[in-house]
Structure formats: structure tokens, C-alpha cells
Design a protein around this ligand. Structure first.
Ligand SMILES: *[C@@H]1O[C@H](CO)[C@@H](O)[C@H](O)[C@H]1NC(C)=O
Ligand SMILES: *[C@@H]1O[C@H](CO)[C@@H](O)[C@H](O)[C@H]1NC(C)=O
Length: 373
């Protein structure tokens, strides 16, 4: 851990220098420098490759990703920085296969009649960050090789709402959602409502401690009967598909789940992503995360490494409104496991499927719901 902390600074500087070399008419990065950066990446993220040919191939992919990160940063209209991430040795295709949840978009069951309150005129605070309230948001999870963003986002939603309602923090079992899900596909992906239907059908969820996350080591049997339940939901609803309505619900009720296009997240490091027009197609959502807050950058706020990036364009002088989202790729990724997206432009399809569980008192009775067609 200490090693990773020591490395992060020289890595950032080296990469900044390197990235300058990649862009424009420069002769390109010095091979030695690129190799050094790659070695630091391997140490920081514990990566080893089976043979020299594979090592060479990953080094090549790494170089392409750095060049792509540089381009993304130039094109971004917010304050986002792109660069070396835990996914820098994967091609875009591999990243999509490993983390893309093809079941993020689809017709939600019966949710049309379940639209949440969206009274107009009610004021929305200018900022909201549920992480600042004590014991509401659980620690950042890591889905690793299991495509279970849907279960992790749902777990985060239920935990937060349970803590807000009952002033009691809980960590619920994602593994129970995966093992007992009869509508989705466990570690191969699922819809967000698959998780909520599973909770209702099991009449509650066990704790993470009793029923811990194992990913897809092997197929597990559903052990819902075996452990004590710690949280329940009444139902789930689809929220108004507009950012004002989402902000109002978030501020008054608590964190909600959203589906987004994850394309720009492979190379994301920090800051507010504001995709250039035509990038991050809002129709193509393939990842589910938890929305935990919103705010605005101070006007004139610059990127952290702006000083060393001579080619950067001037930053927007006005402040940038953003959403704060909790991801499930570990705390080493992004802003300690979180990221920020521009608010007000349906960035990366954030308004497509805002859903939330409804949490009240324990529900001892099993709701038998069938899987949506
Ligand atoms: C590093 O990776 C190897 C296998 O690639 C694994 O056995 C080891 O436990 C990992 N170490 C850490 C600290 O994650
Ligand atoms: C609900 O639970 C029952 C009993 O465990 C199971 O047979 C059924 O497949 C589940 N249905 C859904 C939709 O999860």
C-alpha cells in the first residue's frame, strides 16, 4: 500500500511528460520512458504477463491507451483528467467484454405506473453529497471479473436508504443477489430490477458479513434461507427521466441507481467528465452505478495537472455542475472509487433509467413476483 502511494506522484509526472511527447508533431515518446511508466503501472496494479510476447503486446496496448487518454482529455469540455488507470493494459474491446453489462438497457417491468414524486416548484438544494452524512454510504466495492455492477449498485441503494430511514448502517450481501437471482444472469450481467425482484422474492437480504462476496469462483446455490435478514424493500420505482427530478429525489429521499455508457471510464482518473457532442452515446448504456450527490465546480477550476500540460486548452471560466457517482471497480480507480459526470446535458445517458428501491419497515412476507417478460 505504501508503495502505491509513493508511486502515484512520480507516475503522474512521468505520464504528464510522456503524454506531451505523444501528441502533435513531436518525435514520440522515448521508448525507455514508456517502458518505465509501464513498469510502474505493473507494480502499482500487480500485473504480470505469461511471456515476453504477451508483455510486448500489453506494452503496445498501454501506449495506445495513453495516446487515447490524451485525446479524450483534449476533447473533454469539463475538468476531467484521463491517463493511467487499472485498465490501461486492456483494449477497448476487452474492457467492454470484461465490464460491459449488456442488460443495462431494457424495458423495466411495470415501472411506468410507478413514477416517483416529481412535483414541480419544490426547491432543490444547490449541492448534496450523501457521503458527508455519517454511515449512509458503504465502502466502495470491487466487482473484479464478475459483471455484477447491477447487484452492487442495488446493494448500495438499499444500504443507503435503510441507513437514512432507520439510522442504522448495514452492508447487504451482493452474493445473495447473484446466487438467488432467477431473472438475470449472475456474474454475466443483469438488469437493476433483477436485484430488486430478488430481494422482494427472498423477503429481505442477509448481511455481507454472513454471506460474503465470492464473485464467480463457481456457481453457488442460493442460500437465502440460511442467514438472518438485515434489510428489506417494499417495492421499486422508476423516477422521472430528467435531471431536475432526479436531483430533487436524491436530495430528499437518498441515493438512486442509474445506467450509463461507460466508454469514457476506462481511462478516467479524476475531475468532471463533460463529453464533447457526439461522444459517449446516451442511448448506449452498459453500466449501472449509484448516484450519491451533486454539486458545482468553483468557477475557473482547473485540472490538477494543468500546469504540466502545455497543450491544454483554456478551461471553462464558469463553474461546471456535476453528479457524483459511486462505481464498483475498487477504491484504486477514479476519485477513490467515485467519478463525476456533467449535470444538465444527459451526459452518457444518465437520465435513461433512474431507479430506486422503496424502503420502509421490515417485510416478513414473501412477494412472489415473476421475472419480467
Ligand atoms: C498479485 O498477483 C498474483 C497473481 O497474478 C497474486 O497471486 C497475488 O496475490 C497478487 N498480489 C496482490 C498483493 O494482490
Ligand atoms: C422466488 O423464490 C422461489 C423460491 O426460492 C424460486 O423458486 C423462484 O424461482 C423465485 N422467483 C424469482 C422471480 O426470483
Amino acid at each position: 500500500m505504501a508503495l502505491a502511494v509513493c508511486l502515484s506522484c512520480p507516475l503522474a509526472l512521468l505520464v504528464a511528460g510522456l503524454v506531451q511527447g505523444i501528441g502533435g508533431q513531436d518525435p514520440g515518446p522515448r521508448p525507455l520512458e514508456l517502458k518505465e511508466v509501464f513498469t510502474l503501472f505493473q507494480i502499482q496494479y500487480n500485473r504480470s504477463y505469461s511471456n515476453p510476447a504477451e508483455h510486448a503486446r500489453r506494452l503496445d496496448i498501454f501506449a495506445r491507451n495513453l495516446a487515447r487518454a490524451q485525446q479524450l482529455q483534449e476533447d473533454d469540455l469539463g475538468t476531467a483528467e484521463f491517463g493511467v488507470t487499472p485498465f490501461s493494459d486492456l483494449t477497448e474491446e476487452e474492457f467492454g467484454q470484461l465490464y460491459g453489462n449488456q442488460r443495462a438497457a431494457g424495458r423495466a417491468p411495470n415501472v411506468d405506473r410507478k413514477v416517483g414524486s416529481g412535483e414541480r416548484g419544490e426547491s432543490v438544494p444547490s449541492t448534496c453529497d450523501w457521503r458527508k452524512a455519517r454511515n449512509i454510504i458503504s465502502s466502495v466495492r470491487n466487482q473484479k471479473s464478475c459483471k455484477c455492477c447491477w447487484a452492487m449498485a442495488a446493494a448500495g441503494n438499499i444500504e443507503a436508504l435503510w441507513a437514512i430511514k432507520h439510522k442504522m448502517s448495514v452492508e447487504v450481501s451482493v452474493q445473495e443477489l447473484l446466487d438467488c437471482d432467477r431473472c438475470g444472469n449472475g456474474c454475466s450481467g443483469g438488469y437493476i430490477w433483477d436485484a430488486f425482484i430478488t430481494v422482494m422474492n427472498n423477503s429481505g437480504l442477509a448481511s455481507e458479513r454472513d454471506y460474503p462476496f465470492r464473485g464467480e469462483a463457481r456457481a453457488h446455490k442460493c442460500q437465502a434461507e440460511k442467514y438472518k435478514k438485515v434489510a428489506w424493500i417494499q417495492d421499486f420505482i422508476m423516477l422521472p427521466e430528467n435531471e431536475q427530478g432526479m436531483a430533487r429525489y436524491l436530495a430528499t429521499e437518498g441515493p438512486i441507481t442509474v445506467s450509463i455508457n461507460m466508454q469514457l471510464l476506462q481511462n478516467y482518473k479524476n475531475g468532471v467528465i463533460r463529453p464533447a457532442p457526439g461522444t459517449c452515446d446516451p442511448q448506449h448504456v452498459d453500466h449501472i452505478v449509484l448516484l450519491v450527490g451533486f454539486g458545482k465546480t468553483k468557477s475557473g477550476e482547473r485540472r490538477q495537472t494543468e500546469a504540466v500540460l502545455s497543450q491544454s486548452k483554456p478551461r471553462p471560466r464558469h463553474s461546471t455542475p456535476y453528479w457524483i457517482l459511486k462505481n464498483s471497480w475498487g477504491a484504486q480507480w477514479g476519485e477513490e472509487g467515485y467519478f463525476r459526470l456533467h449535470r444538465g446535458s444527459n451526459a452518457c445517458g444518465i437520465t435513461r433509467y433512474p431507479l430506486t428501491a422503496l424502503v420502509d419497515t421490515p417485510v416478513k412476507k414473501r412477494h412472489t413476483i415473476s421475472c419480467p417478460p
